[in-house]
Ligand binder design. Structure first.
Ligand SMILES: [Ca+2]
Ligand SMILES: [Ca+2]
Length: 243
């Protein structure tokens, strides 16, 4: 190692001091190292290097997130399909408003008629004319009691509204031979009205009646002949009601 160092030293001295060696060849090595020189200036920049070759391709990147696009417009309507087979017959529909109303009215009418018939059956005698029933229990009374009797039975004093009803009514005559009808002129003399204070729509006055005999005749009876006569309300005659 020491030998190598010796040779290296000799080489350095030879490089640095060639001129001196040439002039003083008698110098012997080893000699003392010389004083270091001043640092040299920076050299000029080197030339650009050549372009490198393409490297190996990098690894495949990760899959990106799903994109968010706006919804597109609807597509065109498709062509019409084939006509299907005829359907089965439907069930019967429920009653319409008019039918329902009619049924309700019919039930109401029948209920009312049944109520009337039940009342009729409560009397000893009755006769039917049209939709009206004349009923009687053979009572003989004045007009006030006649009103009370018929009212308690849910009826009114008989009042024929046409010729047929008048005939049927008088056919129920008994002794005495006349019966009250629901017509008076108590409110206004000479103006006979029914029990609802309405003008009479049918009358069958006998000749010269009503005469308001002795200014005391404000009630009316139907006699066996069918003619009407005004009589005192206190008179006691047959009582016939109507339903
Ligand atoms: Ca009178
Ligand atoms: Ca009279």
């Amino acid at each position: 190692m020491a030998v190598l160092k010796h040779y290296l030293c000799a080489a350095l001295i030879l490089i640095q001091f060639v001129p001196d060696l040439l002039a003083a060849s008698d110098s012997s090595c080893p000699a003392l190292a010389g004083v270091p020189g001043t640092p040299g200036h920076n050299g000029s920049p080197g030339r650009d290097g050549r372009d490198g070759r393409d490297g190996f391709p990098g690894l495949k990147g990760e899959k990106g997130d799903p994109g968010i696009g706006a919804q597109g417009p609807p597509g065109k309507m498709g062509p019409a399909g084939l006509i299907g087979p005829k359907g089965e017959k439907g069930n019967s529909g429920l009653p319409g408003g008019d039918v329902q109303h009619t049924l309700t009215a019919d039930v109401k009418y029948l209920t009312e008629r049944l109520t009337v018939v039940e009342k009729v059956l409560g009397f000893q005698t009755f006769k039917k004319v049209g939709k009206k029933y004349f009923v009687s229990d053979g009572l003989v009374a004045n007009f006030e009691n006649a009103q009370i009797f018929c009212s308690d039975a849910g009826a009114k004093i008989a009042l024929p509204r046409n010729e047929d009803e008048n005939k049927v009514l008088v056919s129920m005559n008994n002794i005495p031979k006349s019966m009250f009808i629901g017509a008076t002129d108590k409110e206004k003399e000479g103006l006979f009205v029914d029990m609802d204070n309405q003008p009479l729509t049918f009358t069958k006055w006998r000749t010269n009646e009503p005469n308001d005999y002795k200014d005391q005749e404000d009630c009316t009876v139907a006699e066996i002949t069918g003619g009407w006569n005004d009589v005192p309300c206190s008179a006691k005659v047959n009582v016939v009601c109507e339903l």
